[in-house]
Design a protein around this ligand. Structure first.
Ligand code: ZN
Ligand code: ZN
Length: 166
C-alpha cells in the first residue's frame, strides 16, 4: 500500500463569513461553515422536538457518563491548554509592555514579576484562569524585575526586623 498523507484538517480561520437563517427561530446569523441553528439553544429545541425532552434522570446519567469518556477528557484538556496559552500570552505581553516599575527593565517576561502593592492578594497572576481574572489581579500589582523585587523584599523584611540571609 502506498502511504498517503492524511487529508489536512480544514481550517476555518480564513473562511468567509456568510449569513444563514436559523431553521428553528428564523433569526439571521452569520457563520463560517454551513449551519442550521443560530445557537445551541435552538439546536436543543430542534432535538427535543424530535425526541422529546430528556428526563432529569437521563440528563444526570449523561453528565455522569461524559466525564468517564476519554475523548471528552482529551477535549477538555486541550481546551484548557489553549485557554492557558491565551492567558499566558496576555500576561507576558503586559509585563514586557509595562516594564520594571523601578528601573524600567523590559527585555524578557521571565525576569519580570507582579508585585502586589495595593489591596489583598487573591492569587498569583500567573495562575489566573482567564484574562478577566488576570486583569483584576494585575490592578493590585506593580511590575518589577527580579532584581528590584528581591532588593525591595530584602529591605521590607529588614525593616520588619526579620533576620535575612545574605
Ligand atoms: Zn435560532
Ligand atoms: Zn528593575
Amino acid at each position: 500500500m502506498i502511504y498517503s498523507k492524511p487529508p489536512m484538517k480544514q481550517s476555518w480561520k480564513n473562511a468567509p463569513v456568510r449569513d444563514f437563517e436559523c431553521v428553528v427561530c428564523g433569526g439571521l446569523f452569520s457563520a463560517k461553515r454551513e449551519a442550521k441553528y443560530c445557537s445551541s439553544n435552538c439546536h436543543d429545541r430542534a432535538r427535543y422536538a424530535r425526541r422529546g425532552q430528556p428526563s432529569s434522570e437521563k440528563r444526570k446519567k449523561w453528565y455522569r457518563n461524559r466525564v468517564k469518556k476519554p475523548e471528552y477528557l482529551k477535549r477538555l484538556r486541550s481546551q484548557g491548554r489553549r485557554r492557558h496559552r491565551v492567558v499566558q500570552k496576555f500576561i507576558r505581553a503586559y509585563k514586557t509592555k509595562a516594564g520594571c516599575f523601578d528601573c524600567g527593565y523590559k527585555k524578557h517576561h521571565v525576569a519580570l514579576d507582579f508585585d502586589h502593592v495595593y489591596g489583598s492578594k487573591k492569587l498569583n497572576v500567573c495562575n489566573a484562569k482567564s484574562i478577566a481574572q488576570a486583569e483584576k489581579e494585575i490592578k493590585k500589582c506593580v511590575v518589577r524585575c527580579s532584581n528590584c523585587h528581591r532588593v525591595k523584599t530584602y529591605r521590607r523584611l529588614q525593616r520588619k526586623g526579620t533576620k535575612v540571609s545574605e
